[in-house]
Design a protein around this ligand. Structure first.
Ligand code: NAD
Length: 260
């Protein structure tokens, strides 16, 4: 088991990519906290894990709210004794052309993706420092951490920002064996992407099928979506890696959409 008794907090784990990461960490022996805005859905994921013999708890957390983040991390530490792995994954998508992008939506996007990553990192780092065993902090970036697309100014800006945060956390965390890395997935068919297909079709004046073929998957090597399992594999590698050799990095998992 690659994560035996490791305490892992996964934000946005009630759905999609975060849920699959939580399931995979639990299969590897991790004690997993499902942190999400949607407490009922988080509880359902925790129940799914415990029913199959794993260890999990649900915690309510709006990642943009410092008090809620600190309270949820404290709840996990009280239950499981510390924090070894943080996956800062909670995220949403809002698309508009820049000149029509409501300022409130811009601020919401930056708050969820960047404030959320900062606040959860700030809350877990003291526990990782105190344990003496270090830890692994994983940010859910995107191909949009490296590349831009029309209509996604706030998302692209936020996802690029995570790379800067990751590199800084790596440098400050190095002496405590705290590693930080970014996963950069291509398109994965989660509720976040299902919502975008009709929105982009309307904004670009093309069919939904063309959004998938000619926009989302156009640059991949095989026209395939990345899967939640693909992303969870990389999340397991980052969480279970044993030394500071793998820190400050970003791995793109996108069927070759973006190559570096
Ligand atoms: P999803 O919509 O399936 O899940 C997102 C989860 O985040 C939901 O459970 C939601 O309740 C939670 N959430 C939203 N706002 C929150 C908040 N303020 N506090 C706490 N939880 C909150 O989406 P997903 O596709 O699984 O996306 C997860 C992450 O992966 C996001 O950061 C997203 O940007 C990133 N990502 C997704 C794709 C993709 O194609 N799906 C590609 C690259 C990166």
């Amino acid at each position: 088991m690659k994560l035996q008794d490791k305490v892992c907090i996964v934000t946005g784990a009630a759905s999609g990519i975060g849920k699959e990461i939580a399931l995979s960490y639990a299969r590897e022996g991790g004690k997993v906290a499902i942190a999400d805005l949607n407490k009922d859905a988080a509880q359902a994921v925790a129940d799914e894990i415990t029913k199959t013999g794993g260890t999990a708890m649900a915690v309510a957390m709006d990642v943009t709210n410092e008090d809620q983040v600190n309270a949820a991390v404290a709840e996990v530490v009280a239950a499981y004794g510390g924090v070894d792995v943080l996956v800062s994954n909670a995220g949403i998508q809002i698309v508009h052309p820049i000149e029509e992008f409501p300022f409130a939506d811009w601020k919401k996007m930056l708050a969820i993706h960047l404030d959320g990553a900062f606040l959860t990192t700030k809350a877990v780092m003291p526990h990782m420092q105190k344990s003496g065993n270090g830890g692994s902090i994983i940010y859910m970036g995107s191909v949009h951490s490296k590349e831009a697309s029309v209509l996604k100014s706030a998302y692209v800006t936020a996802k690029h920002g995570l790379i800067g945060l990751c590199k800084t956390v790596s440098k400050e965390g190095g002496k405590y064996k705290i590693r930080a890395n970014v996963i950069c997935p291509g398109f994965v068919r989660t509720p976040l992407v299902e919502k975008q297909i009709p929105e982009q079709a309307a904004a670009l004046g093309i069919s939904e099928e063309d959004v998938i073929k000619k926009v989302m998957l156009k640059e991949t090597v095989d026209g395939e979506f990345t899967t939640v399992q693909d992303v969870a594999e990389v999340a397991l590698l980052f969480a279970s890696f044993k030394s500071n050799a793998l820190t400050g990095q970003s791995i793109v998992v996108s069927h070759g959409w973006f190559m570096q």
